[in-house]
Write a protein that binds this ligand. Structure first.
Ligand SMILES: C[S@@+](CC[C@H](N)C(=O)[O-])C[C@H]1O[C@@H](n2cnc3c(N)ncnc32)[C@H](O)[C@@H]1O
Ligand code: SF4
Ligand code: SF4
Length: 333
């Protein structure tokens, strides 16, 4: 990474940590598709009115998606793709190749159910990080599939096909689960040097009534495994609270693009606040965002019960400036 890029990320991380707007988003979540080969019982695609067509969206054609990324390039340091199942997006490897060679993102990541890591190595190779979901609710529904995903990941890591820290596990925890339910999986992850990102299961509107149960289990995990296991922002681990929103949510730190290529203000919880289509060449992201901000500021009382809370965004690694800088410098040596 060039030192100018490094400096601009570092400055933006500091700005966000001081509660100021960054010059570029630390990370943008791009909703690539909603197609999926699974039907997890708790999946928000089926439950949330933001996805009126359910699992039907195959995603934009490749050339349009390239335009979306071209528009995002000057406006965000990092991109994370979500779905649906991201590895099912047709042309994903080509899209990643285009983004890597033609555009100037610091990193490209995806959230995935992990079922295609081995059969689609060209996609795996194109991603800096893959957040593979390992949820106990999913395991109850698809035990054989999740066991297979896990053993494949361990084997691919052993064979160095998966690089160190390339994969971490996204763990979505429901209010009835405790450390004892999770400890077999966490022991295995810890023994193989994998990190975890924990989040609570959200209801159909992206809300969470109370953080108490989640905080309890997070504190227990922390006590048993230490802080090093988490990708989450360590400052807030086990202390999540709806009241924290005002200090930690700066929407510009983490933008969202819906499955039709629209830039959404301020986050995925307000899908109807569409600022326009990034499939249009030269879309003026910064000015559209500034106009929206002048009309209505976030976070606000509309954020009540937000279960996303920017503290859960996958921009978390970039909220840990020291580690981000050390990793980036080490990569240059
Ligand atoms: C919708 S999935 C898309 C990527 C991929 N299909 C997967 O499952 O990893 C993105 C993430 O959201 C999580 N998720 C699904 N439904 C959720 C809900 N109701 N609340 C919180 N997280 C949820 C999944 O476990 C996954 O980690
Ligand atoms: S794998 Fe992901 S997108 Fe597919 S149903 Fe499960 S949570 Fe939803
Ligand atoms: S709804 Fe949540 S993520 Fe969105 S702006 Fe409010 S606090 Fe931030």
């Amino acid at each position: 990474m060039k030192s100018s890029v490094l400096a601009s990320i570092a400055l933006d991380v500091v700005r966000v940590q001081m509660g100021l707007a960054p010059q570029k988003a630390l990370q943008t979540t791009v909703h690539l598709n909603t197609h999926c080969n699974l039907r997890c019982s708790y999946c928000f695609i089926a439950a949330n009115p933001n996805y009126p067509t359910g699992y039907k969206e195959a995603g934009l054609p490749l050339e349009k998606m390239k335009t979306v990324l071209k528009n995002l390039s000057p406006a965000t340091h990092n991109v994370i793709f979500t779905g649906g199942e991201t590895f099912l997006y047709k042309g994903f490897a080509d899209l990643l190749e285009y983004a890597r060679t033609e555009l100037s993102f610091n990193s490209l990541s995806a959230i995935s159910n992990g079922m295609f890591l081995e059969s689609k190595p060209e996609i795996l190779r194109g991603l800096d990080h893959v957040a593979v979901s390992y949820d106990l609710m999913r395991h109850a529904q698809y035990p054989d599939i999740l066991d297979r995903v896990l053993s494949t990941i361990i084997r691919l890591r052993k064979d160095a096909i998966i690089k160190e820290d390339q994969i971490y596990f996204n763990c979505t925890i429901n209010g009835h689960e405790t450390l004892s339910h999770w400890s077999d999986f966490f022991d295995l992850a810890a023994n193989h040097g994998f990190k975890i990102f924990v989040q609570p299961v959200r209801d159909g509107f992206g809300n969470l009534e109370s953080w108490d149960a989640f905080n309890r289990v997070v504190r227990d995990i922390r006590k048993r495994y230490g802080l090093g296991m988490f990708v989450n922002c360590k400052t807030y681990l086990g202390e999540y609270d709806h009241q924290l929103t005002k200090q930690v949510c700066h929407p510009r730190a983490r933008m969202y693009v819906d499955v039709w290529g629209n830039l959404v203000y301020p986050c995925e919880r307000f899908a109807e606040n569409n600022l326009g289509s990034l499939t249009e060449p030269d879309f003026p992201i910064a000015s559209k965002w500034a106009e929206a901000e002048a009309r209505e500021k976030f976070p606000s009382s509309k954020c009540e019960k937000c279960a996303y809370n920017c503290i859960f965004g996958n921009s978390i690694p970039y909220r840990r400036p020291v580690q981000t800088l050390v990793t980036a410098i080490a990569a240059r040596l």
